[in-house]
Design a protein around this ligand. Structure first.
Ligand SMILES: Cc1ncc(COP(=O)(O)O)c(C=O)c1O
Length: 225
């Protein structure tokens, strides 16, 4: 992030953080959502801090941006029935806000459980076919997902599923290869494309039991061709 911020500063660019999976994460004591000019958080139910339905928030330290964003989310209107901008109906639903208020005090506790699970996976998964993510105690990762890499992804996914462990791929297609971005489809980004071919998310959730965790570790270690 230091390098990104420096590059943006030198080139007069805005930095918009995607913090959808990063509630509570930090680098050198600076939280996700506090690095860039603005940042988007997702409260989709499956996220580390999830509502009952769709919800999200933007953070910014820029007063002018804050004022405009507040107006944009409310039909572009600061004064009732007067529209200064062509805005949206993007207010946070009150039921979702209430739910988030109840869940917020548990966020750090749940993140700590995720960290313990991640540590356990990293300490105990040992399989030459699998690359593990790196654990760094200083940069506080919050493990929304636990993403491993293997060039035998389909085989591993099928093996785990056959043994009762569901995994997901986040994400199978890189943005520049999506149909929605036809004009970028010709680009070649070999590192990005390789990552998208190899990533697999193991189960990660504060509600995993010790048995679940042990079973996942055992199966991943048993996997072979
Ligand atoms: C990295 C990332 N960015 C953005 C989003 C979109 O969030 P939302 O569904 O709340 O719009 C997600 C959700 O899956 C995500 O994981």
């Amino acid at each position: 992030m230091d390098e990104i911020m420096e590059f943006a500063h030198d080139n007069d660019l805005l930095v918009l953080e995607d913090s959808a999976q990063a509630h509570g994460a930090s680098i050198n004591g600076i939280k996700a959502g506090a690095w860039g000019h603005a940042s988007g958080f997702s409260f989709y139910p499956g996220k580390n801090l999830g509502a009952l339905g769709d919800a999200g928030a933007i953070t910014t330290n820029d007063e002018q941006l804050y004022t405009i964003l507040k107006v944009l989310r409310n039909y572009g209107s600061a004064v009732k029935y007067e529209n200064s901008y062509a805005g949206y109906n993007s207010r946070l639903d009150e039921i979702q806000a209430a739910m988030l208020c109840v869940k917020l005090p548990f966020l750090n506790e749940e993140i700590n459980i995720r960290r313990e699970i991640a540590k356990e996976f990293i300490l105990k998964i040992e399989n030459p076919l699998i690359k593990l993510p790196k654990y760094n105690d200083e940069n506080e990762h919050v493990w929304h997902l636990f993403v491993i890499r293997t060039d035998k992804r389909t085989e591993l996914k099928d093996f785990l599923l056959k043994n009762g462990v569901q995994t997901l791929v986040h994400y199978p297609i890189p943005p520049h290869k999506q149909k929605a971005y036809l004009k970028y489809n010709h680009l070649s980004m070999p590192i990005t494309e390789k990552i998208h071919q190899e990533v697999l998310s193991l189960p990660m959730d504060p509600n995993l039991t010790k048995n679940d965790i042990d079973k996942i570790i055992k199966l991943v270690n048993e996997f072979h061709l």
